[in-house]
Design a protein around this ligand. Structure first.
Ligand SMILES: Nc1ncnc2c1ncn2[C@@H]1O[C@H](COP(=O)(O)OP(=O)(O)OP(=O)(O)O)[C@@H](O)[C@H]1O
Length: 329
């Protein structure tokens, strides 16, 4: 059972999304709406299906059932087309081009918004030079915005962990999204970096970009989000504001590890969800550019990216499983 509250104009509308891997239903009949200007949280215990859900929204997976609409249009299940439509994302495990500079990483993210073709790039005519100058200017503005301008010429791999996460966000913003999906943006950050990340998310929202964020840090979630949806064993069990989620007995039970089936009815006085410790952060794997390229609209730039951009045939879950192993965790 789930409750849904939406006040803003719908930007993203997810209806009945289900993702099965053979006998495992990782995401089960999930509905979710994100409105213009909203910050929506997605929480749940490890293995609840949160990242799989993101993958269904961004074309990395073709959902077994259900529809994903953005600005009232069904999204094509191809990462670069999803990016073009206006949805950008970051990944749980950082996926930067480690041996490119900070600025170059952001320029890659602008790919879907530049019109100059291969011929133009080879000739390097005035049109290309203008477009390149404009891209650099916009990329530098994003580095200013995220506080990374002074490190524009540094190699991405040399940035401290928290700044690598910021760079991922800058690169995602370079595609000029209307909706930004953040997958555990504070994983591995210290408390000071986490507070700075909160400020950054608010600043992004103030630019008119809606945000859907997966996070294990409950304080971060409840400080930021207008609404939060809770996934447990692939199902959305509750959605609402901080009080609704924190006061839901099933949420407490799920976080404390009791089987969902034996969860007591809602209503009893719960413990505070915010007191549940976050799990250990994912290790930094700042060397996998494939999905980033596909997200940036370059599905064929890397073999892995091509794989990510070509979701497997729905009738072949085995192939799809292989593909997802390549692109996530
Ligand atoms: N490609 C895949 N093939 C088979 N099973 C998968 C695949 N991807 C995810 N799963 C399974 O789907 C379930 C949900 O995984 P998912 O990574 O989406 O959870 P999560 O909520 O994001 O977890 P975490 O908080 O640990 O990141 C898990 O049981 C996982 O093992």
């Amino acid at each position: 059972m789930s409750t849904t509250t939406t006040t803003a104009q719908p930007l993203l509308e997810v209806r009945g999304v289900t993702m099965r891997f053979g006998g495992l239903t990782a995401v089960n009949n999930v509905d979710l709406t994100v409105g213009t200007g909203e910050i929506i949280g997605l929480i749940g215990p490890n293995g609840a299906g949160k990242t799989t859900f993101f993958n269904c929204l961004t074309g990395l997976y073709v959902p077994t059932e259900g529809t994903v609409k953005y600005r009232d249009r069904v999204l094509p299940p191809k990462p670069h087309l999803v990016t073009q439509a206006g949805i950008a994302r970051t990944f749980q495990n950082i996926r930067l081009f480690a041996n490119m500079t900070v600025l170059e990483n952001v320029l890659v993210g602008r790919h879907t918004r530049t019109k100059e073709g291969l011929l133009s790039a080879l000739i390097r005519g005035p049109g290309y030079q203008r477009a390149e100058a404009e891209s650099r200017e916009k990329a530098m503005a994003l580095l200013e915005f995220t506080g990374l301008a002074a490190k524009a010429d540094h190699l991405a791999r040399n940035l401290p962990y928290g700044e690598q996460r910021k760079l991922e966000i800058a690169r995602a913003l370079a595609s000029e999204p209307g909706l930004l999906l953040l997958d555990e943006p504070t994983a591995g950050m210290n408390p000071q970096e986490t507070r700075a990340a909160e400020e950054l998310v608010f600043a992004i929202r103030d630019r008119g970009i809606a945000i859907l964020v997966i996070e294990h840090d409950m304080r971060f979630i409840f400080n930021l989000c207008d609404r939060t949806a809770v996934l447990v064993q692939g199902q959305k069990i509750v959605e609402g504001d901080r009080e609704t989620v924190q006061g839901d007995e099933r949420v407490i039970t799920a976080y404390l590890g009791a089987p969902l089936e034996s969860a007591p009815e809602a209503g009893a006085a719960p413990a505070a969800v915010a007191s549940v410790p976050a799990p250990a952060p994912a290790p930094d794997e700042a060397t996998a550019p494939a999905a980033a390229a596909s997200q940036a609209g370059e599905p064929t730039a890397e073999p892995d990216a091509a794989q990510a951009a070509e979701p497997a045939d729905e009738s072949d879950p085995a192939t799809e499983n292989e593909q997802s192993t390549e692109t996530e965790e």
